[in-house]
Write a protein that binds this ligand. Structure first.
Ligand SMILES: Nc1nc2c(c(=O)[nH]1)N[C@@H](CN(C=O)c1ccc(C(=O)N[C@@H](CCC(=O)O)C(=O)O)cc1)CN2
Ligand code: GAR
Length: 214
């Protein structure tokens, strides 16, 4: 997708992955972040977007609001930017099937585990509790089933006895900031597709290549 693949980033918090993508886009120009949308008005990622003169919107969950009603408002906010790619970067809402199906094949997420291990939340503590010796991050296409979409790219980190959830999160974040911009670039170069429930890079199934970061 070029020139200038229009990227819309969804956040809920700090936005360090957003920052990594901002920095990479500044260097490579194939992709342009046209907007940042948050469900939390105090998300520091909104500050990061403002510092890079990127337009922002907030879609705040209303008390007792049905998930589908929230998602309908979120879609209206997203559609204003007419994105080619939607990037979930620490966006902490489970999205309804209808919403996801409207963007399938052009919505990606980064998850802090080596999927299919540890879908959901609190992944670092779960890896420590399970005495795993390795952990990591996964970039995947978003599908209705939570954190179960076709994996695109993974990066591994070692888990040591002295690790805490915080030290492990720091190691995972470093890897996330390396792999997520790479995947955004692949999509903007029109090299990345989702087909028949699988992720393909340059026409080759990524599952056959082991998803390993270089
Ligand atoms: N339909 C899908 N929605 C989302 C996916 C997905 O693959 N399919 N990925 C997630 C991202 N995510 C982990 O990577 C994730 C985000 C949020 C939650 C969750 O339990 N959220 C709760 C609220 C939690 C909170 O407010 O702190 C909820 O929505 O009720 C699990 C996994 C994004 N969405
Ligand atoms: N299940 C979703 C989830 O836990 N995502 C995780 O939230 C963090 C956001 O950090 P950031 O706001 O600094 O990019 C990242 O580590 C990402 O993997």
């Amino acid at each position: 997708m070029s020139p200038n693949c229009r990227v819309l980033v969804l956040i809920s918090g700090n936005g360090s992955n957003l920052q990594a993508i901002i920095d990479d886009c500044d260097d490579h120009l194939e992709a342009e972040i046209v907007g940042v949308v948050s469900n939390k008005p105090d998300a520091y990622g909104l500050i990061r977007a403002h510092q890079s003169e990127i337009d922002t919107s907030c879609v705040i969950v209303r008390k007792d609001e049905a998930r589908s009603d929230y998602d309908a408002r979120l879609k209206l906010a997203i559609d204003k930017y007419q994105p080619d790619l939607i990037v979930l970067a620490g966006f902490m809402r489970i999205l309804s099937d209808e919403f996801v199906q409207g963007f399938e094949g052009r919505m990606i997420n980064i998850h802090p585990s080596l999927l299919p291990k540890y879908t959901g939340l609190n992944t670092h503590q779960r890896a420590i509790d399970a005495k795993d010796t390795e952990h990591g991050a996964s970039v995947h296409f978003v599908t209705p089933e939570l954190d179960s979409g076709p994996i695109i790219l993974q990066a591994k980190v070692p888990v040591y006895d002295e690790d805490t959830a915080d030290t492990l999160a720091d190691k995972v974040h470093q890897q996330e900031h390396a792999i997520y911009p790479m995947v955004v670039k692949w999509f903007s170069q029109n090299r990345l597709q989702m087909k028949d429930g699988k992720a393909f890079l340059d026409g080759k199934a990524l599952e056959d290549m082991g998803y390993a970061a270089d």
